[in-house]
Design a protein around this ligand. Structure first.
Ligand SMILES: Nc1ncnc2c1ncn2[C@@H]1O[C@H](COP(=O)(O)OP(=O)(O)OP(=O)(O)O)[C@@H](O)[C@H]1O
Ligand SMILES: [Mg+2]
Length: 395
């Protein structure tokens, strides 16, 4: 694809559905390449909107509004940035869809992607589905304690809890129904894997095949990413198994003819215990734990995504300097805008990315602190100290 001139009649237009912090970085990369960018989200001033040429505000679950916007803009590429999208409408726009209709529709629902993984013989935790409290009780009995309950339509740990005994079942059910993406939601019950560590393997499907970044390690709190570092210290057997699984699922999600453009970055989430690797889930887009690549790789996951979807060759996927990221998660009781005092952290050699989200509703990821060091664990400590200082400055 040749890149036209933005805002001219031959512009190469990318339209993003959802405009969070990960999308913001992708838009910045597309802007650098002279792409015309349009961002849609449910609220004014979403991070990616702030760096795009134009934006639209509407609910991404509203299929008619999506259709109207796509018909008005006629973008060359449609990039879903969140899972909570009315995907059925996108079936009519497959030829422009990133990365593919199959990838977008299966990953928005834990049931779809789990069954796909099982079809491919990827090792997964034991699991059951349930659609009511009584089904949950039988499912828990089948999976055993401890187990993890998650609404099939949810992300960032929302509605998720660990069941350790009979006494937790009722609470887990209520939580799954109150905090998921939709009401009356089916849940998955997964065997709790006592993993040694978990990884994200950024996998890029591009015009010349598949490439991998160095694995990223991360720590999650309440099912939500807080810290990540790269490269992860894992042995060759584990790495080979991670890559085998990632290649199998990414290939499967992108190989249906006429189902999308077929290119892009995927975040493959894996659990590792000894030399055994479990597939957990996959994002058909850059991954939040991959924010570390803003400092650790020659090309960040966002630059790689921008290039892959434009059909460009992919280089610079490896770690240049080991690095780490720590999410800046803040909470607030009111809607007053924040001011951030970052001088001391920058002075200490860290990078800070503030997402520019207009308000905090409850608890929200507002930025990330990044650090590099020959030792990624040292970088992790520096990033963590930076994020903690920044958090305390707000109090
Ligand atoms: N079966 C499991 N066994 C052990 N830990 C688990 C299991 N499932 C999830 N977890 C823990 O919870 C985290 C979040 O789970 P998962 O990725 O399925 O949720 P999510 O809501 O999709 O989160 P995100 O959108 O941030 O990826 C995992 O990264 C892992 O730390
Ligand atoms: Mg996850």
């Amino acid at each position: 694809m040749k890149i036209g001139t933005p805002l001219a009649s031959n512009a190469t237009k990318v339209l993003m559905l959802g405009g969070g912090e990960l999308g913001k970085e992708v838009i910045i990369e597309l802007q650098r390449l002279g792409v015309e960018t349009i961002v849609c989200d449910r609220y004014e001033g979403a991070p990616a909107m702030q760096v795009a040429h134009r934006s639209y505000v509407f609910d991404m679950l509203d299929g008619e509004k999506i259709r109207h916007c796509l018909d008005t803009e006629e973008p060359d590429l449609i990039v879903p940035e969140i899972e909570a999208i009315n995907t059925s409408v996108l079936a009519d726009y497959k030829q422009n869809l990133v990365p593919s209709y199959k990838a977008i529709s299966l990953t928005m629902n834990r049931e779809g992607i789990r069954e796909q993984a099982v079809d491919l013989n990827l090792r997964v935790s034991g699991y059951q589905f349930a659609h009511s409290l009584s089904e949950l009780e039988s499912a828990v009995a089948a999976v055993g304690y401890p187990c993890v309950v998650k609404p099939i339509m949810s992300s960032s740990g929302k509605g998720q809890s660990v069941i350790r005994g009979d006494q937790d079942i009722q609470t887990a059910w209520s939580h799954s129904q109150e905090d998921g993406r939709v009401t009356d939601c089916k849940v998955i019950i997964e065997e709790f894997i006592e993993f040694d560590y978990e990884l994200t393997l950024l996998t890029i499907r591009h015009r010349d095949g598949i490439s991998f970044c160095s694995p990223i390690r991360h720590l999650q709190i309440d099912g939500d990413y807080r810290y990540s570092w790269q490269p992860a210290d894992c042995n060759a057997t584990v790495l080979a198994e991670c890559q085998r699984m990632a290649e199998a699922i990414v290939t499967e999600l992108t190989s249906v003819p006429d189902d999308g453009i077929g290119y892009g970055v995927f975040g493959v989430e894996l659990f590792v215990r000894g030399d055994t690797v479990y597939f957990s889930e996959i994002s058909p887009r850059p991954h939040d734990t991959g924010l570390v690549t803003l400092v650790s790789q020659e090309q960040s996951e966002f630059a790689l995504h921008a290039k892959a979807i434009l059909g460009l060759p992919i280089t610079g996927t490896q770690v240049l300097t080991p690095g780490a990221s720590a999410a800046l998660v803040l909470s607030s009781e009111n809607e007053n805008p924040f001011a951030y005092d970052i001088a001391e952290i920058v002075q200490a050699g860290c990078e800070v990315r503030l997402f520019g989200k207009p308000t905090i509703i409850g608890k929200r990821r507002m930025g990330v602190v990044l650090a590099t060091n020959d030792d990624p664990i040292r970088a992790l400590i520096d990033a963590t100290i930076g994020a903690e200082k920044l958090r305390q400055f707000q109090e």
